[in-house]
Unconditional design. Sequence first.
Length: 506
Amino acid sequence: MKYFRFVLLAMCLVLNGGLIGCSSSGDGASDSDSDSDSDSDTDSDTDSDTDSDTDSDTDSDTDSDTDSDTDTDTAVPTECELATPMDTAGTFVDSNLATPDEIDYYSITLAAGDFVQIFTDIHDGDGTPQLLDPVITLWNEDGTTLLATADDQIPRVDMDSELIYRAPAAGTYCVAIEGWENWAGQTTGTTTDWNYSIAALLMDPAQVGWTTNLLNPETETNDTIGSANTMTMVLGSSNATFGRAYGDLSGATDVDVFTYTLPVSAVATSIGFYKPFGAGAAGVQGHGSTLTDGMFTLTDMSGNVISTLDVSFDGSDWVAPNNPPDANVPMAGGTQVAVHFEGGTGWTPGANDFYVLEIINQTSDNTGEVETNDTAGTASTTTFAANTSGGYSGFLMGTIDPAATDVDYWSFSAVAGEEIALACGAASNGSGLVGATFAIHNASDTLIQTETESGYDTILWSSVTGASMAAITVTASATYYLVISATSQSASMTANHYRCGIHRTP
């Protein structure tokens, strides 16, 4: 018997900065994180993971399933009428793809308004390129309309896929599973083991298989702090807590408000758009919401704004198409806050405007600055540890206050021939810093390379496709400095933090 495993990582910024994002695809996309991960994540594809923020893993495994090996394969989505029926109670179906270009089809029955999570169970961690890298797509009953696409989880734990969808109407839906190479249009790959398990589970707190207190569906009317839905949370490792808030917007003026309290031991709270929106396509995932612009605002219980993210879901506000930005806000334990979710700037209501937010209260974080660190001579020290790529990673955070005058220096040593990759974020991390600038200086405090944050795009210096700038090749073994500044502070929010990951590769 297998069990549905819900694995949740806190704040993985990639090189997917979600926070600046922790998701990657088998296509060789790079994870761009400015947070330090407490999980061990080794990709079996061509991914190059570079993180920039601290992750507190909160894993909870629960569900029941019964294996049945019933495999009806078809060649094209239009033959969904031949699909094998599958329940929505978390029962796994075990099967395999007979050939690299095969697609297997299953059907599920949903009521109007049902939220469902469809997931695979293949890998026990990455690092085995011979195993199948699955992609899930969801179609209407006869397979003529693509509704949603999922390649990998967000945040990424391994190559298993996880798709969340809200059914706008009652009926039968067609679920397809295939290998990543076939979905992405590649003809070659390393896969030799084509076995997989797939299941579907209704996102209902009363549904057997879910961890108690994890799910928080909205209950109208919850448009104000006074009428907000109070969230329940799950206790994870190291006393971190996490929960999932979800619902749909009923019109242009609808606002959904959820409140929660950080545990006493917490040092930060993170809020993430769980999945990208839209139906997706070959090489791009999307979970079927028609919400094109979304905004969440974090406030205290008096309504004072702490942090805001207002982003378009067309992929323009993050480095890779799979990685929407997350807010990761330093905050004192025991604080009670409210999250307000609504359509973002320029949003036009659609037919299925659903959303899913992941909220994680962390008890560990990146290394904080030591004031005053305004010059090279007083720089804070960056601490490095070996990473899974054979190099070294250092993770840091700080504040710029007042933004117009404060400058933060961080020192680190690098060896000639090393490549320095950088993943940083301020606004993309839910900060109100405006014009946050990240620069590398040499031992003489002379500028080598600099970049100013634009919108919610992550600062990502790397050799991977999608990087904002190239990585720096070290020409002399010496002390170097990461220098951070900003032009101003948003008048509409109080958060003024930044996060970075420095990654040295031999």
